[in-house]
Design a protein around this ligand. Structure first.
Ligand code: ARG
Length: 460
């Protein structure tokens, strides 16, 4: 191979074969093509407006870029590895199409500000896609919550039956989490939305460019203040990856619950045939593959964050080709997150809750023991610690008899605490327990309906 025609002026010999393997990024940064065209258009118009290039050259460049856009859309654009990356591929094609005027486009610009401009635009759009994916999932969860405001299930701590809750309440817990995830993408988007274009190689340029103009043309709020920061910074990508990671972690918790709930032992939810797979050996199986894959893919998103953080760590200002490693991590995290969000939204919409199984699971484990202790506090005016002790002894006696608390004869309770009256039975059913938890944010259907109303307003 001869020297690179885009930068080979001072070179006599071409690169070693291995350089042709390690250098190119075109195989993945072709995904920045649309952003690269947008950046080039904005830059070209500004150059022509400022009289840095002639109007005619500006017009020719824009025409050439439009042709390239068409070729890209039609799939006829030929990507060449010897042209390294998307920037040089597009510029070289522009030269083929319009001749020497193409060479004026790179005035007052470097691939360093070009790539990071493209990348910010790409990550900005990815933040918006994450937001819509999360929104769709929230809506699916909300629809389930709406159906199950009164559906009683055991709430767990330590994986042990703790207190009765409603399935609607449980679904809305995830709506909250994914709502915060959306907030993280929104914050990241706001912070990243500044234009690095015009920082040139690192120090700015001697041409009288108008950075406000290009920033606004690309929908950025303003140009970045410091050209060296503009070239070096990748915290926008890290922030995006951190938001992806936290969202993926939340997805994995919901996925984990679906895996558990859909087992025959739990049977809390049923996934349709469309969302389960069979086993090649065990005919009875209905495996929740998609949920397991969502859970399993969390590691890769975190891995993407860790990989890029490690690339940036200790990297001196400003640009180092190390930074070329930023894109694949972000693309992978974005693809993974978007896939998982879509799968979870679809599974959430698909699942059918099984209220009888959920209610039956409230029978063992004495989930209303706290209600008993609370009754002793409220009616018998005992300190909570003493009431806890009394309730514990009553649980023990019910356990010995093999009955639930609401089926234990009053006489047995009175053996432990003589002041207990039949009134106590009013609080011992899971239904009574759930309806009594009226504190703000509690599981009482009236409170869950308030949460529901809030989210219906927000997600409309
Ligand atoms: N392909 C490069 C990247 O992804 C573009 C910037 C190259 N700049 C340079 N001076 N080699 O980061």
């Amino acid at each position: 191979m001869s020297t690179n025609k885009m930068w080979g002026g001072r070179f006599e010999a071409g690169p070693a074969a291995i350089m042709r393997e390690i250098t190119p990024s075109i195989d993945f940064d072709k995904r920045l093509a649309a952003e690269d065209l947008a950046g080039s258009r904005a830059h070209c118009r500004m150059l022509a407006n400022e009289g840095i290039i002639s109007k005619d050259d500006g017009a020719a460049i824009l025409e050439g870029l439009a042709k390239i856009e068409k070729e890209l859309a039609e799939g006829s654009f030929i990507f060449k590895r010897e042209l390294e990356d998307i920037h040089l591929n597009i510029e070289a094609r522009l030269a083929e199409l319009i001749g020497p005027a193409a060479g004026r486009l790179h005035t007052a610009r470097s691939r360093n500000d070009q790539v990071v401009t493209d990348f910010r635009l790409w990550v900005r759009a990815a933040c918006d896609r994450a937001d819509s994916g999360l929104l769709a999932l929230q809506r699916a969860l909300l629809a389930q919550a709406e159906k199950h405001v009164e559906t009683i299930m055991p709430g767990f701590t330590h994986m042990q039956v703790a207190q009765p809750v409603t399935f609607g309440h449980h679904m809305l817990a995830y709506v909250e989490m994914f709502g915060r995830d959306r907030g993280r993408f929104e914050d990241a988007r706001k912070r990243l939305n500044e234009s690095p274009l015009g920082a040139a190689a690192l120090a700015g340029t001697s041409f009288t460019i108008d950075r406000d103009n290009t920033a606004h043309a690309l929908g950025f709020a303003r140009p970045m203040r410091n050209s060296m920061d503009a070239i070096s910074a990748r915290d926008f990508a890290l922030e995006y990856l951190a938001a992806c990671t936290i969202a993926a972690v939340h997805l994995s918790r919901l996925a984990g619950e679906l895996v558990q709930w859909s087992t025959p032992m739990f049977g809390f939810v049923k996934l349709s045939d469309a969302f389960t797979t069979g086993s090649s050996i065990m005919p009875q199986k209905r495996n929740p593959d998609a949920a397991e894959l969502v859970r399993g893919k969390t590691g890769r998103v975190l891995g993407d964050f860790v990989a890029l953080a490690t690339v940036v760590k200790g990297l001196v200002l400003t640009y180092g080709t190390d930074l070329q490693e930023d894109k694949e991590r972000v693309f992978d995290a974005a693809d993974t997150l978007e896939l998982c969000l879509a799968a979870m939204a679809a599974m959430t919409a698909d699942l059918t809750a099984q209220p009888e199984r959920m209610r039956a699971a409230c029978e063992p484990g004495f989930p209303t023991a706290t209600d008993l202790a609370d009754w002793v506090v409220r009616v018998l005016k005992k300190p909570f610690r003493e009431a806890h002790h009394i309730a514990g002894s009553i649980v023990k006696s019910a356990e010995e008899k093999g009955v639930t608390l609401d089926k234990l004869p009053l006489a047995d309770m009175q053996k432990i605490e003589p002041a207990i009256t039949a009134e106590v039975f009013k609080v011992l059913s899971p239904e009574a327990s759930v309806h009594s938890r009226m504190s703000l944010g509690g599981t009482a259907p009236a409170r869950v309906k308030e949460q529901l109303a809030h989210w219906k307003g927000v997600l409309r």
